[in-house]
Design a protein. Structure first.
Length: 150
């Protein structure tokens, strides 16, 4: 396999071309990985204090629906987004996963998972914020975290 990078000052947007004799499983996996890499570099338009901000995806701990609004939580702040959870699932990198019908969490920011009588709670790095995991989504979250360790 050869990798070739061409620098052209006249290009406005980066273009990635994969040339192959056939569409193999490796080519398909490479396309998938490139798409995921591109997703991690994106920003999300959010609203807070009557202002719009561009928020890096990597800053986000979790998304949740509360009082019919879609909230975006970072370590210290909360914002509102106009995007629905289903829309977010399509554009977010694969390390974001549903934790309940009304929330999506960033598995890279999870510090702890605690089970108790009242349910399963996720704790986040550098934050006092917590998020509950429903029984329906617990196994999916656990599998994602186990894959991250490998």
């Amino acid at each position: 396999m050869k990798i070739k990078v061409e620098i052209d000052q006249n290009i406005n947007d980066t273009e990635i071309i994969i040339k192959s004799a056939e569409n193999t499983e490796k080519v398909t996996e490479l396309k998938k990985q490139i798409k995921e890499l591109i997703k991690t570099d994106q920003q999300l338009l959010v609203i807070g204090n009557d202002k719009e901000y561009q928020l890096s995806i990597d800053e986000i701990l979790f998304f949740e629906i509360s009082d019919r609004k879609n909230y975006v939580h970072t370590e210290a702040e909360s914002f509102i987004t106009r995007k629905k959870l289903m829309e977010l699932e399509e554009i977010l990198p694969n390390y974001f996963v549903r934790s309940s019908k009304s929330s999506i969490v960033n598995t890279r920011k999870i510090y702890s998972i605690s089970k108790s009588i009242t349910g399963t709670v996720i704790g986040f790095q550098n934050s006092v914020k917590q998020q509950y995991v429903s029984r329906k989504y617990y196994r999916q979250l656990k599998n994602k975290l186990e894959k991250k360790e490998n």
